[in-house]
Design a protein around this ligand. Structure first.
Ligand code: SF4
Length: 228
């Protein structure tokens, strides 16, 4: 996770520290590249807090990080899990043009629950991030995900999956929301493994290249296998 440990958004499911971030470590991109080399990885997922305080949302920092990872680790596959950059197409283009292989941006939940779950974010804008990435570089795989169990209905999940496909999304992850601490949203419901299996089938019917669906699935769960 790059760009610090304080986030400028306030998602109600997330335990990351919220507030006013301080500074930006200019050495971070190269150091991430060196760490990846030490670890000997062949697939890396880079994510960040939201940095709405920065004019470019941190997109250039993302691009530099990808540059150093690729430079120091030839042949590696880079997946980025990015903020919405407030819908700034220039910021999205900076990341998409950096040599990434997979661009992930999670919609997290169904549109009706945005105010409750993801205040400060906009459902349509998140879909537009995915379609902009495809538009800018068609060969980049796009990916998104939802947490289930925060009050959505099955029909709403299916509608959201349709929206994601319409935005050109290739890969989707569906997992059970778990409350990180008493300060975050309560779990409304535990979705059964059978329901997750049924959603996987529905997602495949909609034409996703890969659907990862199960109680323990998270954005980066088995990420390397989604493109093999
Ligand atoms: S934008 Fe990401 S890091 Fe920030 S609060 Fe939301 S989920 Fe957490």
């Amino acid at each position: 996770m790059i760009l610090g440990d304080i986030c400028t958004r306030g998602c109600r499911f997330c335990a990351i520290g919220k507030g006013k971030p301080v500074g930006l470590d200019p050495e971070e991109p190269r150091n991430v590249g060196l760490s990846v080399k030490d670890l000997g990885l062949d697939h890396i997922v880079v994510t960040s807090v939201d940095r709405d305080d920065l004019p470019d949302g941190g997109s250039a920092h993302f691009a530099q990080t990808v540059f150093w990872i690729k430079k120091l680790n030839p042949g590696i596959r880079v997946e980025v899990l990015i903020p919405d950059f407030k819908g700034d197409r220039g910021a999205i283009a900076t990341v998409v043009g950096s040599g990434i292989d997979i661009l992930n941006h999670n919609v997290e939940t169904v549109p009706r629950l945005y105010k409750k779950v993801r205040p400060g974010s906009v459902y349509r804008r998140s879909l537009d991030v995915l379609s902009a990435a495809k538009d800018l570089r068609g060969e980049v795989l796009t990916k998104s995900g939802l947490m289930l169990g925060v009050g959505e209905t099955s029909d709403e999940v299916l509608e959201t999956l349709r929206d994601l496909r319409a935005a050109g999304c290739d890969i989707v992850t569906l997992g059970q929301y778990l409350q990180p601490s008493e300060h975050q949203l309560k779990v409304e419901r535990y979705v059964t493994p059978d329901e997750f299996a049924a959603l996987k089938v529905e997602g495949q019917k909609l034409g996703f290249r890969h659907v990862e669906s199960g109680p323990l699935v998270r954005s980066s769960y088995h990420a390397w296998s989604h493109v093999n």
